[in-house]
Design a protein around this ligand. Structure first.
Ligand SMILES: [Zn+2]
Ligand SMILES: [Zn+2]
Length: 831
C-alpha cells in the first residue's frame, strides 16, 4: 500500500488501519444508527434485501448494500428518523444443501454463517440498526409466520390441492413456477432440468390479486421489473366459447381464445391429452390408440411439447364437436402441443390463422378456412395468415363478412353470448403460488390431520410448531420430518384424539414476504408486528436489491402486503414506493466473479489492504449503480489516492496570513461557488443513486480545495467551509475517514449526526449577465443569462417576454438582431 499512500504536508499519511475499527466500535456502542420509534422527526424506512446466510459475504453483497446505506446515511443527516435494519433469510435450500454437502446440521451451519456475515457487514461500516435484526429461522420469527399462514388459511387465501407441480430431481423438491428458469426449464438453484409430478400441495391464492398486482400506480419501480411482472401475470382478454359435443352431448368443451373473431375458421378441436373429457368422449374403436398416446404425452417434458420445430403428433378420439357459428361438425383430436395448465386445456383449432394448428391440419389432412384477410384481400398461399394488420376484415364468416376484425371480436362474442355459448373473458398466465416444500429446513406448516376431522389449524396458543433439530435431513423426496415420530404425533384440536402433523415446510419466499414488517417491531410478542409501528414506518421509502427477484420475492411481497391489508392487519397497499436494482460487479476480466475463474475479490482481504472506505468508494465509483462494472485494481488505487488527497486537504493547518490579497479573494469566491454547486449536485445524485457521478464531483471539489491550499488559502473561511462540506458529503460513502478528519478539525462527534449541508443558491449560481432587450431599438425588458446561453435560446427567451409580445401582438418578428453579450433587438413587422 506504500505506493498509494500520500504524505500530508505535516508528514502524516492517510492510513485507515488505525481508526476504521475504532470508529465502528464507537458508533455501535453509542447506537448512533438505532432508529427510535419515539423520535419525533419524520420517519423514513430504507431497506436493502437481507441475504441468505449461505456463506461468506461477497463483493456483490457489499455493492448491493452500500448504495442504500449511502442513501440512508444522507437521509439521517437530512433530519429524518431513519430505520435501516438488517436480518438474515435463515431458512431455505441454499443452507440445507450446503449443510448436506458438509455434513453439518443446517442450524449449526446457518447460525455460524450468520455470525461470520454479521462480522463482515460490520466491517463494511454499514449503518445497519442491529438492534432490529430479524433471523427467519428463529422460532420467535417463524412462530408469527405460522400465525399469518393460519390467518390466510382461514381467509381462504391458502389451500391444499392436487396439482401437477414442477419437481427438481436433484434437490428433490417442488419448485414454484417462478423458480423454474428459462425455456429449458431449469431449477433456479441447481440448474437441473425440472420434471413434472402429481402431488398434493399447499398454495397461496396469489391469483386473487392478479389484476391489482398489474397496477403500478404511484410506484417508482424500474421499468424492466414492471414489464417482467406484467408479462408474468400475463393478462389477456378474449372470449370463452362452449362447443357442444356429439354423439352424446356429454358436456360442452370450453375454450379460451383471444381471437373470437376467427371462430368461423375453427375446423377441428384439440384437447390436451390430460383433459378430463378425453376419457369420456373417446369412442371405443379409438380407445387403445388414444390411451397409448396419453401415456406417451405424460412422459414428455413441457419443453418438448412446446417445441415448435418438431413434427406435430395427435390422435382423433372418434368424437365430434359443433361449431357454434357454422353448425358444422368438427373432429375432436388430442395432441401434446396443447398443455393442460394453460387456458382451459382445449383449443378451437383455426389452422388458417395459427401456425401450429396449420401444421397439424396439413399433417392430418384437416380442413383449412381463411376467415380474416387484409384490406387488399390477398391471402397467403400454402401457409397460415398469422401477421395481423389494423385494416383486416372478416371473410367467409356469414353475416359478419366484411366487418373489421377489431369490431368483430366484440360482435361475435355478443352473438355467442345471445346463444348462451360464450362470453367475454380474461385469462392470466399467473398460477397460484406453491407454498410448501418437502424439505426440512423451513418453517413447519401449522396444520394437523385428524382421521375424523381432516386438516385442522394448530391453535394459536400452541404456536410455534417448533422444527425439531434431531432429524436425518438427507433428501429422499419426502420431508425428513416424516420419520420423526415425536414431531409427527399431534393432537386434534377438535376431538383431542390422535392426529398427524403436516410435514411440508414453507417456501423460504414466505419468510421474505413479511420480514420488513417485523423490522418495525422486532421484539413484539403479541403478534407478528405492532400495528401502530407498522403504520408509522411503512411503506418502505427505498428498497434496494437484485432484479433477479422480479417475479418471485418482488411479486410475493406485494401480494402478501395486499393480503394482510385485506385481513385488516396493515393499512398499506404496497410494501415499497421506490425500488432500485443494483447492477453486478464483475471480475477484472469482465466475467462474472467465480472461484473457478480465479477472479473473485474477497472483501475481508480488500479491507485489510485498502480499508473499508476505499472499497466502498471504489465499488460506488465503478459505474452507474444500477449497471455495475468490472473490478479494477488500478481503479481502487486511484480511489485510495483520492482519499489521500482528501486527507491532506482536511488536516488542520496553521492559520493563514491576515491579508490574502485580491487575487486570493477571487480564488476564495471561486472555491465557495464550487462548494455550493457540489452540495446541490451530490445531494441530487445520492437521492437518485448516481453514486459514480457524485464521487467524481467530490473529486473535483477535492481538487479545487487542493489548488486553494497551494494558493495559500488554507486558513481562510472559504477553505474551512469547503473542507467541512466535503467531509459531510463524503461521510455517507466513506464514513470512517470523514469521522476521523472531522474530529481532528475539532468537529463535534459524530459527523454522522451533523446536519446535511444546504447550498446557498446565490453562491451556487454561475456567473450571470443581464442582457437588455429592445423592441425596434427601444429598451423594453432585460434577460438574465449565463455566458454560455446559446443565441437560439436567448432569442426564444426574448420573444417569450410579455413586454416584447405587447409590441408584437402575436405576430412573428421581422427579425431578431443579437450583439453577443451586449443586447437583443426585436424588429416588429411592418403593417
Ligand atoms: Zn435443483
Ligand atoms: Zn379430530
Amino acid at each position: 500500500m506504500t505506493e498509494t499512500a500520500t504524505r500530508s504536508p505535516r508528514g502524516e499519511r492517510y492510513d485507515p488501519a488505525p481508526f476504521e475499527q475504532k470508529w465502528r466500535d464507537r458508533w455501535e456502542a453509542d447506537g448512533i444508527y438505532a432508529a427510535d420509534d419515539d423520535d419525533p422527526r419524520p420517519k423514513r424506512f430504507d431497506l436493502t434485501m437481507y441475504p441468505y446466510p449461505s456463506g461468506d459475504l461477497h463483493v456483490g453483497h457489499w455493492y448491493a448494500m452500500t448504495g442504500p446505506d449511502i442513501v440512508a446515511r444522507m437521509h439521517r443527516m437530512q433530519g429524518f428518523n431513519v430505520m435501516f435494519p438488517m436480518g438474515f433469510d435463515g431458512f431455505g435450500l441454499p443452507a440445507e444443501n450446503a449443510a448436506i454437502d458438509r455434513g453439518i446440521h443446517p442450524a449449526v451451519w446457518t447460525y455460524s454463517n450468520i455470525d461470520n456475515m454479521r462480522r463482515q457487514m460490520r466491517l463494511m461500516g454499514a449503518s445497519f440498526d442491529w438492534a432490529r435484526e430479524v433471523v427467519t429461522c428463529d422460532p420467535e420469527y417463524y412462530r408469527w409466520q405460522q400465525w399469518l399462514f393460519l390467518k390466510l388459511y382461514e381467509a381462504g387465501l391458502v389451500y391444499k390441492a392436487m396439482g401437477i407441480v414442477d419437481w427438481c430431481p436433484k434437490d428433490k423438491v417442488v419448485l414454484a413456477r417462478e423458480q423454474v428458469v428459462g425455456t429449458e426449464r431449469r431449477c433456479w438453484r441447481c440448474n437441473t432440468q425440472v420434471d413434472k409430478r402429481d402431488l398434493e400441495q399447499w398454495y397461496f391464492r396469489i391469483t386473487n390479486y392478479s389484476d391489482e398486482l398489474l397496477s403500478f400506480e404511484g410506484l417508482d419501480y424500474p421499468e424492466p421489473i414492471k414489464l417482467m411482472q406484467t408479462n408474468w401475470i400475463g393478462r389477456s382478454e378474449g372470449a370463452e366459447i362452449d362447443f357442444a359435443t356429439e354423439p352424446d352431448d356429454v358436456e360442452a368443451i370450453r375454450v379460451f381464445t383471444t381471437r373470437p373473431d376467427t371462430v368461423f375458421g375453427a375446423t377441428f378441436m384439440v384437447l390436451a391429452p390430460e383433459h378430463p373429457l378425453v376419457s369420456v368422449l373417446t369412442t371405443d374403436d379409438r380407445r387403445d390408440e388414444v390411451e397409448a398416446y396419453v401415456a406417451d404425452a405424460r412422459r414428455e417434458t413441457e419443453i418438448e411439447r412446446m417445441s415448435t420445430d418438431r413434427e406435430k403428433t395427435g390422435v382423433f378420439i372418434g368424437a365430434h364437436a359443433i361449431n357454434p357459428m357454422t353448425d358444422e361438425r368438427m373432429q375432436i383430436w388430442i395432441a401434446d402441443y396443447v398443455l393442460p395448465g394453460y387456458g382451459t386445456g382445449a383449443i378451437m383449432a383455426v389452422p388458417a390463422h395459427d401456425q401450429r394448428d396449420y401444421e397439424f391440419a396439413q399433417r392430418f389432412d384437416l380442413p383449412i378456412r381463411y376467415v380474416v384477410a387484409p384490406a387488399s384481400g390477398e391471402l397467403p398461399e400454402g401457409k397460415a395468415l398469422v401477421e395481423h394488420s389494423a385494416d383486416e376484415v372478416l371473410v367467409d364468416s356469414g353475416e359478419f363478412t366484411g366487418m373489421p376484425a377489431s369490431e368483430a371480436i366484440g360482435a361475435i362474442t355478443r352473438a355467442l353470448e345471445e346463444r348462451g355459448q360464450g362470453s367475454f373473458a380474461v385469462t392470466y398466465r399467473q398460477r397460484d403460488w406453491v407454498a410448501g416444500r418437502q424439505r426440512y429446513w423451513g418453517a413447519p406448516i401449522p396444520i394437523v390431520y385428524c382421521d375424523e376431522h381432516g386438516p385442522q389449524p394448530v391453535p394459536e396458543d400452541r404456536l410455534p410448531v417448533v422444527l425439531p433439530t434431531d432429524v436425518d435431513f438427507a433428501p429422499t423426496g419426502v420431508s425428513p420430518l416424516q420419520s420423526h415420530a415425536e414431531f409427527l404425533n399431534a393432537t386434534c384440536p377438535v376431538c383431542d384424539g390422535p392426529a398427524r402433523r403436516e410435514t411440508d415446510t414453507m417456501d423460504t419466499f414466505v419468510d421474505s414476504s413479511w420480514y420488513f414488517l417485523r423490522f418495525c417491531s422486532p421484539a413484539f410478542t403479541d403478534g407478528p408486528f405492532d400495528r401502530t409501528k407498522v403504520d408509522e414506518w411503512m411503506p418502505i421509502h427505498l428498497y434496494g436489491g437484485g432484479a433477479e427477484h422480479a417475479v418471485m420475492h418482488l411479486l410475493y411481497f406485494r401480494f402478501f402486503t395486499k393480503a394482510l391489508r385485506d385481513l385488516g392487519l396493515v393499512s398499506i397497499d404496497e410494501p415499497t414506493l421506490k425500488l432500485r436494482n443494483q447492477g453486478q460487479i464483475l471480475g477484472a476480466d469482465h466475467n462474472r466473479m467465480s472461484k473457478s475463474r480465479g477472479n473473485v475479490q474477497a472483501p475481508d482481504e480488500l479491507v485489510s489492504r485498502y480499508g473499508s472506505d476505499s472499497v466502498r468508494a471504489f465499488l460506488m465509483f465503478v459505474g452507474p449503480w444500477d449497471q455495475g462494472g468490472p473490478w479494477s485494481s488500478t481503479g481502487i488505487d486511484g480511489i485510495h489516492r483520492w482519499l489521500g488527497r482528501v486527507w491532506n486537504a482536511a488536516l488542520p493547518t496553521e492559520p493563514a496570513a491576515a491579508d490574502i490579497g485580491s487575487e486570493a479573494e477571487e480564488l476564495a469566491r471561486a472555491l465557495r461557488r464550487a462548494t455550493h454547486m457540489t452540495i446541490d449536485a451530490v445531494t441530487a445524485d445520492y437521492e437518485d443513486m448516481h453514486f459514480n457521478t457524485a464521487i467524481s464531483k467530490l473529486m473535483q471539489l477535492t481538487n479545487a480545495i487542493t489548488r486553494a491550499r497551494e494558493a495559500g488559502l488554507a486558513g481562510s473561511k472559504a477553505y474551512a467551509e469547503a473542507v467541512e462540506v466535503l467531509l459531510k458529503l463524503i461521510a455517507p460513502v466513506t464514513p470512517h475517514v470523514a469521522e476521523e478528519l472531522w474530529e481532528r478539525r475539532g468537529g463535534a462527534y459524530s459527523i454522522h449526526q451533523q446536519s446535511w449541508p444546504l447550498a446557498d443558491p446565490a453562491l451556487a449560481a454561475a456567473d450571470t449577465i443581464e442582457l437588455p432587450v429592445q423592441v425596434d431599438g427601444k429598451l423594453r425588458d432585460r434577460l438574465v443569462v449565463t455566458p454560455d446561453t446559446q443565441a437560439e435560446e436567448i432569442e426564444s427567451m426574448a420573444l417569450a417576454s410579455e413586454h416584447v409580445q405587447r409590441y408584437l401582438g402575436g405576430r412573428p418578428p421581422a427579425k431578431v438582431i443579437q450583439i453577443p453579450g451586449r443586447l437583443v433587438n426585436v424588429v416588429t413587422p411592418r403593417d
